[in-house]
Design a binder for this molecule. Sequence first.
Ligand SMILES: Cc1ncc(COP(=O)(O)O)c(C=O)c1O
Length: 413
Amino acid sequence: MTMSKIQPELDLAIFGRAPAFAEKVHVGRPNVGNRERLLKRINDMLDRNWLTNDGPYVQQLEKQIAEFVGVRHCVAMCNGTVALEIAIRALGLTGEVLVPSFTFVATAHALQWQEITPVFCDIDARTHTIDPAQIEKMITPRTSGIIGVHTWGRGCDVEALEAIARRRSLHLLFDAAHAFACWHKGKPIGGFGRCEIFSFHATKFFNSFEGGAVATNDDSLAEKMRLMRNFGFRGNDNVIYIGTNGKMTEVCAAMGLTSLESVDEFVDINRRNYHAYRRGLDGIQGLTVMAYDESERTNYQYIVIEVDEHEAGLGRDELVQVLTAENVLARRYFFPGCHRMEPYRSYFPHASLMLPETEKLCRRVMVLPNGTSVDEKAISQIVQLMQTAVSNGPAVRDQLAGVESSIHIRGAR
Ligand SMILES: Cc1ncc(COP(=O)(O)O)c(C=O)c1O
């Protein structure tokens, strides 16, 4: 006769009690600014009957964003991915381009979509951004550029990347999808490299439903991107470049203008939440809350936890399962890494050998909910759940092993 193991009944949903949260708590729930102002803008837009094609809201948003980030040009686009594709094309990148694998897959896809090979470079474990010390050995005669990603809104080592780009005659641009309203070395992100690309997707700190933009100080690059986002038209009937449809709509720009009015409020809420998480989680063994450099301005959007499985007694995936059962939809980022996604894993089956830090981080990182829909009460509950799980690692582990998990953990942006 086999003895069944008796589990202690812990105060967690995986042991059978109701989830701590009746409704799902998401990472990246949209921040919505002043609804009345948004609706007024949409009404005015309908009265004007000008819905897209470089309308007044798009022009106003471009002007205000350019001022906000201190650049000469902001070219608004329909989303961040198309903004990346157009910037890459307008700069004339070819052959191979160095990118981190620890990024949302759009960074790599924007290259591969145009048959440019993304060459994955490892990250610095401390900053989670592309490691300049690894770059030189990845450069070949086919390399035409470097795309740094300001992951979590924390600036890359811009100065080191600039030095390499100059020395090796490479184009340097930045995927700043996470980094709207973030600064690096006392300057707003947006003005570094040849250009920087923002995403204004609904899950981002600042959103325009869907949307994106390229910020640049280069007049001719901006002009070229404006033409490319509109099929290459210069005036009626005159197409002078290959182009695509990358235009931002007026309703998206109306949302962008409304979000822009609330940026300070969004930052204040995110900052408050970040400190509440840190107060609660900093003492928990095996968990490290990623620190923001508070001498720089940042948007505090991402609450990034690194889980040391050995110390915590539970792995990152187990903690995500515990929280998901509580309706806290913590997310793995950027699991499993671009190099382990198609088509890249077929193209470069041995890429992981060059990416030890990326591999490690992809197994350790989870992101917790933040933004205007999260308050301090919710945070203290989330902290309590994590504390209970880590303090009872062996029992939680046994329970999870016994429960055929039906939890589907989705990829993350
Ligand atoms: C790092 C990064 N790059 C690119 C993108 C693509 O932006 P979008 O979703 O606006 O196309 C995202 C976000 O989704 C992102 O997080």
